[in-house]
Every structure is written in C-alpha cells, then in structure tokens.
Write a protein that binds this ligand. Sequence first.
Ligand code: HEC
Length: 118
Amino acid sequence: MKPTILTLLFIAFSTSVIFAQGIRGDSKAGQAVYERQCLRCHGAQLDGNGPDSQDLIVQPADLRSQISRSKTDWELLVAISNGVLFSPMHGFRGKLTDEQMLDVLSYIRFMSPPDITS
Ligand code: HEC
C-alpha cells in the first residue's frame, strides 16, 4: 500500500508528540527533586525565601518573579545545569541527571508559568 497523505501526517504527528513528551520532563518527579535539592534556598513557594536563604549574601532568585518567568526554558536550564557565576547557585550537572533537570524545570514552569508577554 502506498502511504497516503493521511498516514504521513499521522506519523509526523505521533513522532512530534513523542518528542514533545521527551523534552518536557515530568513535573511530579521534578517536585521531589526540587524539595530535596532546591527548596532550602528557593523556598516551598519558589519565591526565594527558603530556610537557608537568610544566610546567603546573594539571595536566591524568586522563581515566581516576572524576570524569571520571562526567561526561556533554555536560560533557566543553563542556570540549573551550569550554575550562576558569583552566587551560591552552583551547577547541578553531575549531581542530577539530564532527565532530573528537565523534570525540575517542568515543575518550576508548572508552579510559575512562563511569561510570554515580554
Ligand atoms: C545554596 C542555595 C541554592 C540552591 C540549593 C539552589 N539555588 Fe537556584 N539560585 C540560588 C541563587 C542565590 C540564585 C540567584 C543568582 C543570581 O541571579 O544572582 C539562583 C538562581 C537560580 C535560577 C536562575 C533564575 C533566573 O531568573 O535567572 C534558577 C532557574 C535556579 N536557581 C534553579 C534552581 C534549582 C532548580 C535548584 C535545585 C536543583 C536550585 N536552584 C538550587 C541559590 C540556590
């Protein structure tokens, strides 16, 4: 049977769905990672008021702020993976798997949706 436009469209659609799921991460798994690794600084509300934040000279980013929300997934992922220079935010590459970093990113995006207006 010759592939019809419909089957080709179906293949294109289903692979894009698989791809999207692959890069989106699992926010539920991300929550567990967040609570273990990030909450002490960024806080349960993601507002940067975690229990350890008082002791820091550079305050943790408020992940609910417009500044953070208007950053791209990529920018946030680079901060998580590589850390932020001259701040207590160290990189998590090697400590977390790529998948865990995507999971925690999707948890952040779930709690604090991206601001696409700016
Ligand atoms: C030791 C405290 C600490 C821990 C633990 C920590 N962070 Fe941070 N984080 C910071 C600080 C401080 C900054 C702000 C740096 C700056 O912008 O000056 C920051 C910045 C960020 C940013 C950049 C925000 C922006 O708008 O650019 C992201 C994203 C982030 N953290 C995510 C995470 C995630 C996810 C985890 C856990 C896997 C985590 N952080 C763990 C202290 C921490």
